[in-house]
Design a protein around this ligand. Structure first.
Ligand SMILES: Cc1cc2nc3c(=O)[nH]c(=O)nc-3n(C[C@H](O)[C@H](O)[C@H](O)COP(=O)(O)O)c2cc1C
Length: 160
C-alpha cells in the first residue's frame, strides 16, 4: 500500500482526537483542515438559525475559506477524511477542501464524529466536489472517544 494521509476538520476537538489516534495506528501523516476564520462558540450554536454554521449549512453553495492550501495530496494514494456531522452531513469546509486539490484516482475513506447521527446523505453531498475517478469508501461514525483497538478493528474491516 502507498502513503496514507489522515486529513481532518474539527471545530471542538472531538474528531481531532480520533484522527490523531488513527494516524498513529496507520503510521500515516496528519493534516488539519483549518478555516481561515476559526469557528467561535457562537458560530457553532446550532439552535440559533442565524449562527454562522446554520447559515453555511443551509446554503449548499457556501464554501468557508481555507486557512491554507498546502496539503501535498499528490503524495498520497489513500486519504482518510474526518469531520464532525453538522446537520446530518459534512460541514461545507470539507467540500471546500475537496475542491481545492486534485484527488483524481485517490481512495478517500470518510470517518466522522457526531452527537448520534449516522452519515445520512454525507457521501452524496461530498462526491460532486471531486473528480469521478475518486474511489470512495464510507467509513464509520466513531463516537464515544473510541479506543485504539476499536479504531484498529474498524480499519482492519476495510481490508485495505
Ligand atoms: C453546527 C453543528 C451541527 C451539528 N449537527 C449535528 C447533527 O446533525 N447530528 C449529530 O448527531 N450531531 C450534530 N452535531 C454535533 C457534532 O457532530 C459533534 O459534537 C461532533 O463530535 C463535534 O466534533 P468536533 O469536536 O470534531 O467538531 C452538530 C454540531 C454543530 C456544532
Amino acid at each position: 500500500m502507498g502513503k496514507t494521509l489522515v486529513a481532518y476538520f474539527s471545530a471542538s476537538g472531538i474528531t481531532a482526537k480520533v484522527a490523531k489516534k488513527l494516524a498513529d495506528i496507520r503510521n500515516a501523516d496528519l493534516y488539519e483542515i483549518r478555516p481561515e476564520t476559526p469557528y467561535t462558540e457562537d458560530d457553532l450554536n446550532w439552535s440559533d438559525r442565524a449562527s454562522r454554521t446554520s447559515l453555511e449549512s443551509s446554503n449548499p453553495a457556501s464554501r468557508p475559506a481555507l486557512a491554507d492550501r498546502d496539503a501535498n495530496i499528490a503524495a498520497y494514494d489513500t486519504i482518510f477524511l474526518g469531520f464532525p456531522i453538522w446537520w446530518y452531513k459534512a460541514p461545507h469546509i470539507i467540500n471546500a477542501f475537496l475542491e481545492a486539490y486534485d484527488f483524481s484516482g485517490k481512495r478517500i475513506i470518510t470517518f466522522a464524529t457526531s452527537g448520534g447521527s449516522k452519515f445520512g446523505k454525507t457521501m452524496a453531498s461530498l462526491q460532486p466536489s471531486c473528480s469521478d475517478t475518486v474511489i470512495w469508501k464510507q467509513g464509520e461514525v466513531l463516537n464515544g472517544d473510541p479506543s485504539r483497538s476499536r479504531i484498529t478493528e474498524w480499519v482492519s474491516s476495510l481490508k485495505l
